[in-house]
Design a protein around this ligand. Structure first.
Ligand code: GAP
Length: 515
C-alpha cells in the first residue's frame, strides 16, 4: 500500500507570510470586506498598493504605447455582446475540470489534484465528528480518474464536470427568476430536462464579464485601424479589469477572480506578404522580438535577471490555433510560475469574429494590392501579478552590520515603481525645520512628484518606515538647513547621504527617477 502523493501546494513559504503581513501593515493590500470576514480571493489595494499598481500600469503603457509610433490604445467596455464569447470559443471551451471529494467535501480542479495510479490502495483521514474534529483513518483504492482529493487524500470523488470560468449576469431590467419561471410555466420537467430548460432560458438573456481584455482588440480591429490610419505591423493595447470564476485561487493576489490585465495585440502581415529581402520582419521575427522586449521590460524595472526566464510551451500545451507561445516566468517563493504569456495567435481570432458576425475583418494593403487577415502576436500580462512579483522581488531583509546596529526590512523597488518618491523629514519639530520641510513637500506636489511629510519618532525610525514602504529618497531638514539652505538626501538601498540645495530638491529627485 502506498501513501497518496500529497502533491498539494506546499504551505505558503515563510517569506510570503512576511510579505502579506507587510502589505497589510503598510497599506499595500488588504483583504476585501475584511470586517465581514473577508471574501475569498478578493483584495483591495491600500494607499501604497494603489500607487504601486498605478505605477506598474503607467510603466507598461509608457513602454508599450507612448514610446513607439506603431501601438495605440483602446479602453473597451467590460460587458460585450455575448456573441463575442461564442465566436471566441470562451462560451464552449473556457472551463476547468471540477471535481468534488465525497469525504471532506473539498471542491477543486481535477488537473491540480495529486495523481495516483488507478487501483492503488491509499490511506487517508476523514473527520467523523465535526464538533471535536475527530478523524478516522480509512483505506480505499484509487478509481478510474487516477487522482485523489487535494485536501484529505481520499480517492472517493465525484465525476469530473466542466465548469465555465466566465461570470454570467444580465443586462437591463431582466430578473433570472422571472425568466426561468416563464420558461418553465406549464411544463412538468425534471432531472436533465429541467436543467437544460433552465440553462436555455438563462443563456438567452445572459451577458458576461470579460475573462480577458483581448477580444475587444479583435472586434474593434478595423475601427481602430481606420481611425488611426496604421498599417500592419501595428498594435492595439489595453489595460483593464478581467474576471474569472477560478476554482482554485492561490498565492495571495497571484490568482484571483477579479484582476487587471495589460494586453497588446500586434497585427502583422501574413508571411506571404512579407519581403525579408527588404528587411521586413515576418510573424516569427515579431514573436521573438516581443518575447525579448517583454522579458527585458521586467529587467529594466529592476527585477532580478536570475529570477526570470522565458519558457516555451510544449506543443501539447498550445491552443489549437496558436503557432507558438512563451511564458515569461518568475521564480516565486513557491516555485517558477507564469508572469506573462506571449502568444502567436495566427489569424484565428479575426477569422472567427468575421465568420460569426458576417462583417469582413480584413485589411487592404494598398502596396501589395491585397486584402488579408493579419496574424497576431499577443503579449498578455496581469497588473496584479506583476505588482506582486515586483513586491516579492524587492523584499529584502538586511541583517545588522558594522555601521548599523539593527537589521532592516527594505523594499528595493525601482524608483519609478515606488509608491512614494521622496519623504521629507524635519530632524526635530522645532527651529523652523517643519516649516521648511512642508515647503519642500509642497514643491514636490506642485511638480507632480508623490512625496510624504513625516515628523513623528526618531529620524532612524522614520527612515525604517520609508525603507519598508520602498521610498527611494529621504530628504532631511536639519540644523544646517537654516544656515546654508541645504538638506541631506539619503538613498534607500545604499543608505548613502549627500547634501543638496533646498531649491534643487525636486530636480535632484526627478533626475534620479529618469536615470
Ligand atoms: N488574452 C490571453 C490571456 O488572457 P492568460 O495567460 O489567460 O492569457 C494573461 O492571461 C495574464 O493575465 C497572465 O499571465 C496573468 O498575469 C494574468 N492573469 C490571468 N488569470 C489571472 C488570475 N486569475 N488572477 C490574476 N492574474 C491573472
Amino acid at each position: 500500500m502506498s501513501k497518496p502523493d500529497q502533491n498539494k501546494p506546499a504551505a505558503e513559504p515563510e517569506v510570503m507570510e512576511k510579505i502579506v503581513s507587510l502589505c497589510k501593515r503598510r497599506g499595500f493590500v488588504f483583504q476585501s470586506s475584511e470586517i465581514y470576514g473577508g471574501l475569498k480571493s478578493c483584495y483591495d489595494y491600500g494607499p501604497l498598493g494603489a500607487e504601486l499598481k498605478r505605477n506598474v500600469k503607467a510603466e507598461w503603457w509608457r513602454y508599450m504605447v507612448h514610446s513607439r509610433e506603431d501601438v495605440v490604445g483602446l479602453d473597451a467596455s467590460i460587458i460585450m455582446h455575448p456573441n463575442v464569447w461564442r465566436a471566441s470559443g470562451h462560451l464552449a471551451g473556457f472551463s476547468d475540470p471540477l471535481v468534488d471529494c465525497k469525504d471532506c467535501k473539498e471542491r477543486g480542479r481535477a488537473d491540480k489534484w495529486p495523481t495516483v495510479a488507478t487501483g492503488t490502495e491509499v490511506e487517508y483521514k476523514v473527520v467523523v465528528d465535526r464538533a471535536s474534529g475527530k478523524k478516522e483513518t480509512r483505506k480505499a483504492a484509487v478509481g478510474a480518474l487516477g487522482i485523489v482529493c487535494g485536501n484529505c487524500g481520499s480517492p472517493n470523488l465525484s465525476d469530473i464536470r466542466r465548469f465555465n470560468l466566465m461570470f454570467r449576469t444580465q443586462l437591463g431590467a431582466v430578473d433570472n427568476i422571472d425568466v426561468i419561471a416563464k420558461a418553465l410555466e406549464g411544463k412538468n420537467l425534471s432531472g436533465n430536462e429541467l436543467k437544460a430548460a433552465i440553462a436555455g432560458a438563462i443563456e438567452e438573456n445572459a451577458v458576461y464579464l470579460r475573462p480577458e481584455t483581448a477580444q475587444a482588440m479583435f472586434v474593434q480591429f478595423l475601427n481602430v485601424q481606420a481611425a488611426s490610419r496604421l498599417k500592419p505591423p501595428f498594435g492595439i493595447a489595453q489595460q483593464g479589469k478581467s474576471f474569472r470564476n477560478e476554482i482554485t485561487v492561490e498565492h495571495f493576489t497571484f490568482r484571483s477572480c477579479e484582476f487587471e490585465q495589460m494586453e497588446m495585440e500586434f497585427f502583422v502581415p501574413p508571411p506571404q506578404y512579407v519581403d525579408k529581402s527588404k528587411g521586413e520582419k515576418d510573424d516569427m521575427d515579431w514573436f521573438n522580438y516581443w518575447c525579448e522586449a517583454r522579458l527585458n521590460w521586467y529587467k529594466r524595472l529592476g527585477m532580478r535577471a536570475e529570477k526570470l526566464r522565458l519558457r516555451p510551451h510544449e506543443s501539447s500545451e498550445l491552443a489549437h490555433y496558436a503557432k507558438a507561445c512563451n511564458d515569461v516566468e518568475y521564480d516565486y517563493p513557491w516555485g517558477w510560475g507564469e508572469l506573462e504569456g506571449i502568444a502567436h495567435r495566427t489569424d484565428y481570432d479575426l477569422k472567427a469574429h468575421e465568420a460569426a458576425s458576417g462583417k469582413k475583418l480584413t485589411y487592404f494593403d494598398p502596396d501589395k494590392k491585397a486584402h488579408y487577415h493579419p496574424w497576431v502576436i499577443e503579449p498578455a500580462a496581469g497588473a496584479d501579478r506583476t505588482a506582486l512579483a515586483f513586491l516579492i522581488d524587492a523584499y529584502v531583509e538586511e541583517p545588522p552590520s558594522e555601521t548599523r546596529k539593527e537589521g532592516r526590512v527594505v523594499l528595493k523597488l525601482h524608483p519609478r515603481l515606488a509608491p512614494i518618491k521622496a519623504a521629507v523629514l524635519p530632524l526635530v519639530k522645532k527651529d523652523g525645520m517643519p516649516e521648511i520641510a512642508r515647503k519642500i513637500v509642497a514643491e514636490f506636489f506642485k511638480n507632480g512628484v508623490n512625496s510624504f511629510y513625516d515628523e513623528k519618532d526618531t529620524v532612524g525610525r522614520r527612515y525604517a518606515r520609508q525603507d519598508e514602504a520602498g521610498t527611494p529618497y529621504c530628504l532631511t531638514v536639519d540644523g544646517q538647513t537654516a544656515q546654508d539652505g541645504t538638506v541631506t538626501i539619503r538613498e534607500r538601498d545604499s543608505m548613502q547621504q549627500e547634501r543638496i540645495k533646498v531649491e534643487d530638491a525636486v530636480k535632484a529627485v526627478q533626475k534620479r527617477l529618469t536615470e
